[in-house]
Design a protein around this ligand. Structure first.
Ligand SMILES: [Zn+2]
Length: 336
């Protein structure tokens, strides 16, 4: 049985009278979100109103109904949405795809990571509070849609370092929906999965507790607008649409490389870093990960891996101070 069979069959007989199932929120029934109202066979875009900006203008999040989420500086998710929505042909779609194109509205306006209104990371605010802080209200408005979906893809980008393209499973390995979330990550299929319980307030951790399988694809590091990562994200969304029978066709499910935790490495000295690996390389315990030289090329330190694993994430710029973050190795690696 394909790993997606369970969910695909669960809702295989859509009913037009079912309540909204809906973050990229994939659901089975055509519906409206905010001012976007898609009758069967159409795609519509509009706004999901949340509140007012500081000058009193009302603002709403851009939404499309026919079917992601991200932080304010994580633009690859927007890159995916921009390409996915025009490619969805509602005539070929079984079910509804609801897309919230920009969730961290205020941060997006100023190209920052945190919501500047309350200095909060959006993805710590779920399930939100409709009477709460700015971020909590946005979380509540979007979660109201997400909790009724059959599946949630919460598109993100990693930190301001170079990072592997990965899908994060955040519900925790003992969660009752863990297998469904792992299946969803495998179907998205960008090659790497981090299977580690997330912090409180993450959408991909909260939604499974309401019975909705959810994953958090991290499309590269948040160091810009990265074509290769966007392309993987687009492919991943269509893999899911096919794998869960929203679209016909073969999702092309392949084994994923999974890590359950990380070793993080900092620099013991100041200087310039030289890596010995590319992202995705296998590393063995005691193998050199990186060297630090002074500006004239003299070797100051050589840092070796503590454990076997995969070179997962690395700093973007070469210069480091003592104690500064350098790289991460994913460990307890397997394939599934
Ligand atoms: Zn994020």
């Amino acid at each position: 049985m394909p790993p997606t069979g369970r969910l695909a069959s669960r809702e295989s007989t859509p009913s037009a009278t079912e309540p909204l199932k809906g973050d990229e929120f994939l659901c089975r029934t055509m519906t409206s979100v905010g001012t976007a109202d898609a009758s069967p066979g159409t795609v519509d875009t509009g706004r999901l109103e949340v509140g007012e900006t500081r000058d009193g203008s009302t603002f709403g999040l851009p939404v499309a109904v026919a079917g992601p989420l991200h932080d304010g500086d994580e633009l690859n998710g927007v890159g995916v949405v921009r390409r996915v929505v025009p490619r969805i042909d509602p005539d070929e779609l079984a079910g509804t795809v609801i897309v919230v194109g920009v969730v961290n509205y205020h941060a997006f306006q100023v190209a920052e990571h945190r919501n500047p209104i309350d200095d909060t990371k959006m993805n710590r605010a779920y399930p939100g509070d409709e009477n709460g802080t700015s971020s909590e209200r946005i979380a509540a408005a979007t979660y109201d849609v997400a909790r009724n979906a059959d599946l949630v893809l919460d598109l993100h980008q990693g930190s301001t370092s170079r990072m592997i393209d990965e899908v994060r499973v955040r519900c925790g390995r003992r969660h009752r929906l863990h297998t469904q979330c792992l299946d969803l990550a495998k179907t998205f299929g960008c090659g790497y999965v981090l299977d580690q319980k997330g912090p409180d307030g993450q959408l991909a951790r909260v939604a499974p507790s309401d019975g909705v399988p959810a994953v958090d694809p991290e499309l590269g590091g948040a160091v810009g607008w990265d074509e290769a990562s966007i392309a993987k994200g687009v492919e991943g969304v269509f893999n899911v649409l096919r794998g869960y029978d929203f679209l016909s066709g073969d999702p092309g499910i392949e084994a994923q490389t999974r890590a359950k935790t990380f070793d993080q490495y900092g620099s013991p000295v100041g200087g310039l870093v030289r890596f010995h690996h590319d992202l995705g390389d296998r590393v063995s315990a005691d193998e050199t990960l990186f060297e630090v030289t002074d500006v004239f090329g003299e070797l100051k330190a050589r840092i070796t891996a503590d454990n076997d694993g995969i070179f997962w994430r690395s700093r973007r710029l070469p210069q480091v101070a003592t104690g500064e973050y350098v790289c991460s190795v994913g460990k307890t690696v397997d394939t599934y």
